[in-house]
Design a protein around this ligand. Structure first.
Ligand code: MG
Length: 373
C-alpha cells in the first residue's frame, strides 16, 4: 500500500458506497469490490457471451470472460509499473463488460434500436445497472454495492441525458472531467487486449490471413522479427510470437508515455487526476500504429460477410424476443414479469441483456418453434 503513488486511488480514501457498510476485514475496499465481481452471476455468464465469434462457433475463440481476464492481466502489469492501485484496476477490468448483451455489438445495437422510444440501451450504462441493482445476492441492498471508484470506472461512456440522471457517478460526463488513472488504464487495456486477440481469433477462423496483415505496420514489423528468429516453426507459432511482441510493444509504450505524462503533470491526488487531461495514453507514433490495426480489423474482420451474417441472425433473435415479450409480458418468466409491472420495456431489456448467446437462441426457439417446449 505504501508504494502507491499520490496519483493512485487509495482504498482508505474511497468516496464510499451507495449503502453504508462496515469496513472489510483482511482485505481492503477495492479488493472486496474485485471479489464481489468475481462471485456474481453476471460474471459467470460472460463465459457464454460473444466477443466477436458466437460461442458455438468454436471452443478456442475468446469469450467475454477470457477477454475480461486478459484485460485484467494487461491492466495490472501496467498499474504496478505506474504505481497505481492494482486491485481497483483489476476490479474495473473484470467488471467492464458485465452489461453486454448476447451476440456482442450486434445484440447491443439491436436492443438499442428496440429501446429507442424508452431511453435506448447502452452497454456501459447496463454494466453499472448490473452492479448497482440487477445483481440480487445481498440481504441489505440490491446490487453489489461497489465503491464509487469502481462504479466510475465501469461507466466508461454515457450519453449526457443518462449522465444527468445518474448523480455523482455521471457528473464527469457533464463536466468533462476524467476518471481515475485506474479507470483510464482499464479502458486502454481493453483496447490492447481486443486488437491482439482479435488478430489471433481472426487468423484461426480463416477470416483474415497473415499476408493480408502484412499491410499493417505493427503486425509486419513483429512478424518479420518472429519469422527471422524462428524460421522453421510453422505459421501458427509465428503468429503467437508476433502477437506477444505486439502486446509487449503496446504495453511498454503505454507505460513510458503515460509515466512521462504523469511525471510532468505530477498530480498530488485523484481529484487532481480528475481535473487533468487524459494521462494514460500511447505515444503519438504507437497510437497511429494501433489505429491502423484497428482500422484493419474493422474492414476485414468485423465487416467480414461471415461475421455480418452471424450478427444479422443475432440481431433478429434479439428483436424477435423483445417484440414477443412487449406484445405479451405473460411470456416472461415470473421474476421478470414482476419487474415488468413497473417498467415493462426496461425489465424486458434487462432480461434480454442478461442472456448468454446460447440461452437467447434457446429462448427464441422456445417462443417461436411449436415443437420446442
Ligand atoms: Mg471489453
Amino acid at each position: 500500500m505504501d508504494s502507491l503513488a499520490p496519483w493512485a486511488a487509495d482504498p482508505r480514501r474511497s468516496r464510499g458506497r451507495l449503502h453504508l457498510e462496515a469496513p472489510p476485514e483482511g482485505r481492503d475496499e477495492f479488493q472486496r469490490d474485485r471479489d464481489r465481481i468475481v462471485h456474481c452471476g453476471a460474471f459467470r455468464r460472460l463465459e457464454y457471451k460473444t466477443q466477436v465469434f458466437v460461442n458455438h462457433e468454436g471452443d478456442l475463440f475468446r469469450t467475454r470472460l477470457t477477454h475480461s481476464i486478459e484485460v485484467a492481466q494487461i491492466a495490472r502489469t501496467i498499474a504496478r509499473r505506474l504505481r497505481l492501485n492494482e486491485d481497483l484496476t483489476e476490479a474495473i477490468s473484470l467488471a467492464h463488460d458485465l452489461g453486454h448483451t448476447p451476440f456482442g455489438h450486434a445484440g447491443q445495437d439491436a436492443l438499442n434500436r428496440c429501446m429507442q422510444p424508452w431511453g435506448g440501451f447502452e452497454h456501459n450504462l447496463q454494466s453499472l445497472r448490473v452492479v448497482d441493482s440487477l445483481e440480487q445476492r445481498y440481504g441489505a441492498y440490491d446490487g453489489l454495492n461497489l465503491c464509487f471508484e469502481t462504479r466510475e470506472g465501469v461507466l466508461k461512456h454515457c450519453s449526457p441525458a443518462n449522465a444527468a440522471r445518474l448523480g455523482e457517478v455521471g457528473r464527469r460526463f457533464l463536466e468533462q472531467t476524467r476518471p481515475s488513472l485506474e479507470a483510464q488504464l482499464a479502458n486502454v487495456a481493453d483496447e490492447i487486449a481486443y486488437v491482439n486477440h482479435d488478430v489471433d481469433d481472426g487468423i484461426r477462423s480463416g477470416l483474415i490471413t497473415v499476408p493480408q496483415l502484412m499491410s499493417v505496420a505493427l503486425f509486419a514489423r513483429h512478424h518479420q522479427e518472429a519469422a527471422t528468429r524462428y524460421p522453421g516453426v510453422g505459421e501458427r507459432r509465428q503468429v503467437y510470437e508476433t502477437i506477444r511482441r505486439m502486446i509487449n510493444t503496446l504495453v511498454l509504450d503505454l507505460i513510458d508515455s503515460s509515466g512521462a505524462a504523469i511525471a510532468e503533470r505530477s498530480p498530488g491526488s485523484v481529484d487532481e487526476v480528475r481535473a487533468a487531461p487524459t494521462l494514460i495514453a500511447f505515444s503519438p507514433a504507437v497510437e497511429q500504429h494501433k489505429r491502423q490495426l484497428k482500422q484493419f480489423l474493422f474492414e476485414n474482420l468485423y465487416r467480414h460477410y461471415r461475421v455480418v451474417r452471424m450478427t444479422a441472425k443475432a440481431a433478429r433473435i434479439v428483436s424477435d424476443l423483445f417484440e414477443a415479450f412487449v406484445a405479451d409480458p405473460r411470456l416472461l418468466p415470473s421474476e421478470h414479469r414482476r419487474n415488468a409491472e413497473d417498467d415493462r420495456h426496461r425489465a424486458i431489456a434487462d432480461y434480454i441483456a442478461g442472456m448468454t448467446d446460447r440461452y437467447a437462441i434457446k429462448e427464441h426457439r422456445r417462443l417461436f418453434s411449436v415443437d420446442e417446449v
